[in-house]
Write a protein that binds this ligand. Sequence first.
Ligand code: SAH
Ligand code: SF4
Ligand code: F3S
Length: 473
Amino acid sequence: MIKPIDGAALEAQRRSIKQVRSLLDAEYAASGRRRTALIETYGCQQNEADSDRMRGMLEQMGFAPAADRQQADLIVFNTCAVREHAELKVFGNVGALKARKAKNPRFVLGIAGCMMQQPHRVEEMLKKYPQVDFILGTGTFFRLPEAVLSALTGGARQAFIESETSAIPEGLPVRRESPVRAWVTVMYGCNNFCSYCVVPYTRGREVSREAEPIVEEVRGLVEQGYRDITLLGQNVNSYGRGTAGGLDFSDLLARLDAIEGDFWLRFMTSHPKDATPKLFETMAKGRHIAHQLHLPVQCGSDEVLHEMNRRYTVAQYRELVAQARSLMPDLTLSSDIIVGFPGETEAQFEDTLALVREIGFDSLFTFAFSRRKGTRAYDMKGQLSTAEKKERLARLMQAQQEVSLRRNRLLLGKELRLLVEAPGREQDSLLQCRTEGGKLCYIPGPHSLIGQFVTARVTQAKTFVLYGELAGS
Ligand code: SAH
Ligand code: SF4
Ligand code: F3S
């Protein structure tokens, strides 16, 4: 069984935190200026959750948050490897910091995350980018204090990498970006090996946290005023394997649902092969569980699904959606789709388009297939050109936009419960709110409502956002 990070390793980090803290405090006393740090996160919420912990450690080390890249004395890029595009962006950003490091040797640059779980990327980073001070893997990010201390005291450049998840990062400080929404990882890694996907290689095998620390974390968040809590895992439905408590994901949800307070509980991602009627029943019965489901279908052709190693058919997917919707008629449903998988024919792509229209997803994350080194699909025959993939992606997005608008219009005139998250980004007089289904909705109202649930009537429905008014106003 994989256990939490052992006490001695945590203690070593605490010592490093203290040492950095006294260095930075002395510097602050002399100069009146606190060093600032920035974590820039790429990829999925799993990385966001890891970044929250790195931010927590940086805060304890005595760094103030940096407003932007330009002002930061320390930057960590927490990287993603799921598509080439994300990787190229990181190389571009690291490249642009070369001059900064040359001018200011006190500037510290670290790279963490999934990209650094690939040996060829680590080698490239160390060889071509001397401005990088340290590298952390997905299972070693908790060693950030040690890495920072070494960088600040003139230590050699270092890569802290382990090939497998070897410890669950319990007991680390956390600094969350939003005072209202929080991520809670319930399981790490993935065992599914979808043939296109690099995640099982970068995040290692599935490991679930014990239920108790999860329940305690969620209870604590609710007490602190968090109102929108998302449980995270690459495949939350296989939660529980190998834990002492032996709860499955539905049991865990039910335990969390029993927590008193006013909050929404969401989760992602559910793999269709493991989603069960028990899960939908638990959601439907829950007091706090949002009627929202992210259920990635990936494509609408059985042959392609088979090649992707997804282990369900289109018919089975349809049946799942029907079950979920019959128990929760107000369900908000989203999905992921990859176009241009090797060998995908025009007819198979059209099957995907037809499925998207038939199911009527509220929203869709759409991707052009990207060849990932080490995955089975990398060498498959029938690779499509970039132009072909782009063309299919554009047609899929167009189809989905029509569907999203159709789905959003169904909400016109309805009164919805909204969570007020933040001031509106573009118009300060509007408040940014979230529906139970996770949709964005803007309403006019005072900033004092931030962090509260309100009831509002939807007055305008667009493709990506809703607008509304407080009920009774
Ligand atoms: N565990 C989650 C997804 C993690 S990655 C799940 O199974 O749904 C998020 C999404 O990125 C995937 O659902 C898939 O649609 C997309 N993706 C993964 N690998 C990809 C690749 N090589 N090319 C294009 N898209 C990819
Ligand atoms: Fe990747 Fe498939 Fe695992 Fe999701 S379930 S992380 S797509 S291998
Ligand atoms: Fe990317 Fe790693 Fe998440 S590869 S999608 S950041 S698990």
